[in-house]
Design a protein around this ligand. Structure first.
Ligand code: G3H
Length: 254
């Protein structure tokens, strides 16, 4: 705590919190674009924040990405055993290690708690998709997602995310044409914070976040400046942003 005061990080957190108009900002030292261990620090900060916010029984909805995968690595059994991790949204084209299903399994393993899987493939016809929604297992998981008391999610650069996922040429064009800069849980945002594209899948909707007690957004690296700024225009006020100095410095300047 003393180190944070001396380095002025606590003042930076408060300035950024006011600027973004959200509940809390937590900043870790460094820039995760340049130093990979900074991403681990983001994970550690998220784990600590979870520990301070959780009590008793909780359903935690989690999205995908490399940052969320790092959060999973940092969780420990002392977080509490009465936790149920559920994937926030169905498959959105990520490689298996970055998928919410995999990350939830890892989080449950690390905390000795439980998890659910949501098997919704990416490229299905609209007909198949609507049929899947009637599956009892899928319905059960969707119900759990809606009753989550905490959501953990990443925020990504729009083009980076669209290219990393198996996005169709048509959608790629749309994302580019509509000048998306940010991405979170399959929603793409332009600089004004408007949703310009949404991956067709089931689960968490942006509107659901307002009703969730704790929303932890974890994203760092100076390269995510525009992405974080755009998403924060839509983010619910109850959001806690866990970021690094690299991103925070840029966000405070713009
Ligand atoms: O869904 C993915 C996130 O928006 C960002 O992913 O943590 O790998 O940068 P990342």
């Amino acid at each position: 705590a003393v180190m944070r005061e001396i380095s002025g990080i606590d003042k930076m957190e408060e300035r950024l919190r006011r600027k973004l108009g959200i509940q809390q900002v937590i900043i870790v030292a460094g820039n995760s674009d340049e130093s990979p261990w900074v991403k681990s620090e983001l994970g550690r900060a998220c784990a600590l924040c979870m520990k301070n916010s959780l009590q008793g029984k909780n359903i935690i909805a989690v999205t995908g990405g490399t940052t969320m995968a790092t959060v999973a690595e940092m969780l420990t059994p002392d977080l509490g055993k009465d936790l149920l991790f559920v994937p926030g949204r169905g498959g959105i084209g990520e490689d298996v290690q970055n998928q919410a299903n995999t990350i939830c399994a890892k989080m449950a393993e690390r905390t000795k708690s439980s998890h659910k899987v949501l098997y919704v493939p990416d490229q299905v016809s609209s007909e198949t998709y609507h049929m899947m929604l009637k599956e009892p297992h899928i319905k059960e998981v969707l119900g759990l997602i809606k009753s989550a008391s905490m959501v953990l999610h990443g925020v990504g650069d729009a083009m980076t995310m669209a290219q990393r996922r198996r996005t169709s040429a048509e959608d790629l064009r749309k994302i580019e044409e509509r000048q998306a800069v940010g991405e979170a849980f399959g929603y793409y945002f332009n600089e004004a914070g408007e949703v310009v594209h949404k991956v067709r899948t089931v689960g968490l909707q942006l509107d659901d976040l307002v009703k969730t007690g704790h929303v932890l957004a974890v994203a760092g690296g100076a390269s995510k400046e525009k992405a974080i700024r755009s998403y924060m225009k839509q983010a619910p006020k109850n959001t806690v942003l866990i970021t690094d100095e690299g991103a925070a410095t840029q966000l405070l300047q713009g």
